[in-house]
Design a protein around this ligand. Structure first.
Ligand code: 6PG
Length: 233
C-alpha cells in the first residue's frame, strides 16, 4: 500500500523525510536497543541527510547501510557512500553511527554483492533481514534502489544483494533485493521535482514490473513523500 504525503516544497519534503527516519530509529532503539537504516543514493536525499542529525539524539547504536551502491571508488562523487559521507557522516556525529559501506565496491560487482551480503548476514540472523528504515528514491522510469524496469533482479527471492547492470549511469551496481526492501519495518520513498510526476502516479497504480518501485508496496506499507511540484495535481 502506498501512502502519499505531499510537502509544500523540497525543503519541507526533506524535513519530513528526516523526521520519518528519526522516528524509525527512535522506535527501534526503544524496542531493541539497536537501529539499522538503509539509505538511498542519487541527488534527492542530500538535504534529508544534512538535516537528519538534528532529528536523532544518539547515533551510537545506529547502523548505517546502503540500499544500493554504484561500483565506483568510495571517493568518486557518484558513489552513494560518498554522498552519505559528505552530507551526514561529515557532521561529526558524536558518538558516531556504525558505518557499512559496500566492501570492495570498486572491484568485481559480483564479489562486492557477495561481500555485502556476508556483512548483512553477520548482523541479521533472520532471513530476510529487517531494516528499521529503508529510505528509497524514485527514478523517473519508476526504478528504486538499483532495481530497474523488467530487470531479472526483480525476480530474486533468495539472495539479499545482487549485482546489476543498471539503466542509469554508473551502470555497474549492487542492490538490495525486493524481499529485503519489502521486509523493512518502515519504507519511506522520497521523490521531488516535476520530472518525477509520472513515476509518482505510476507507483500508485498497483504492482507493475515495469515500475519496480510499485513492487515495494506489494505486501508492504510505503510512505511516499513528494514535494508539491512533483505530486500529480
Ligand atoms: C541510485 C539510487 C537511485 C535513486 C533514483 C533517484 O543509486 O541512483 O539509489 O535509486 O534513488 O535514481 O535519483 P535522484 O534522487 O538523483 O533523482
Amino acid at each position: 500500500m502506498i501512502h502519499l504525503t505531499v510537502a509544500g516544497d523540497a525543503d519541507a519534503a526533506a524535513r519530513t523525510t528526516a523526521q520519518r527516519i528519526a522516528e524509525g530509529i527512535e522506535e527501534a532503539l526503544a524496542q531493541r536497543g539497536v537501529a539499522h537504516i538503509a539509505l538511498s543514493g542519487g541527488d534527492t536525499p542530500a538535504d534529508t541527510y544534512r538535516v537528519l542529525p538534528r532529528c536523532v539524539r544518539d547515533w551510537s547504536n545506529v547502523h548505517v547501510w546502503l540500499g544500493d551502491e554504484r561500483c565506483v571508488p568510495l571517493d568518486d562523487p557518484e558513489s552513494n557512500w560518498n554522498l552519505v559521507e559528505r552530507t551526514l557522516l561529515s557532521q561529526r556525529l558524536d558518538p558516531p553511527p556504525h558505518p557499512h559501506p559496500v566492501p570492495g565496491v570498486d572491484g568485481n560487482p559480483e564479489q562486492a554483492a557477495a561481500a555485502y551480503e556476508r556483512e548483512l548476514r553477520a548482523h541479521f540472523p533472520d532471513a530476510p533481514p529487517r531494516f528499521d528504515v529503508a529510505l528509497q528514491g524514485l527514478g523517473e522510469d519508476g526504478h528504486t534502489a538499483s532495481l530497474f524496469p523488467e530487470d531479472s533482479a526483480l525476480e530474486e527471492r533468495e539472495r539479499w544483494v545482487v549485482a546489476v547492470h543498471g539503466a542509469k549511469p554508473p551502470f555497474e551496481r549492487v542492490t538490495l533485493t525486493l524481499p529485503v526492501l519489502r521486509a523493512a519495518r518502515r519504507i519511506v520513498m522520497l521523490a521531488e521535482g516535476a520530472g518525477k510526476a509520472w513515476a509518482i502516479g505510476a507507483v500508485q497504480s498497483g504492482p507493475n514490473p515495469r515500475v519496480p518501485a510499485s513492487l515495494l508496496a506489494d505486501g508492504a506499507e510505503v510512505e511516499l513523500i513528494a514535494d508539491h511540484g512533483s505530486a500529480p495535481s
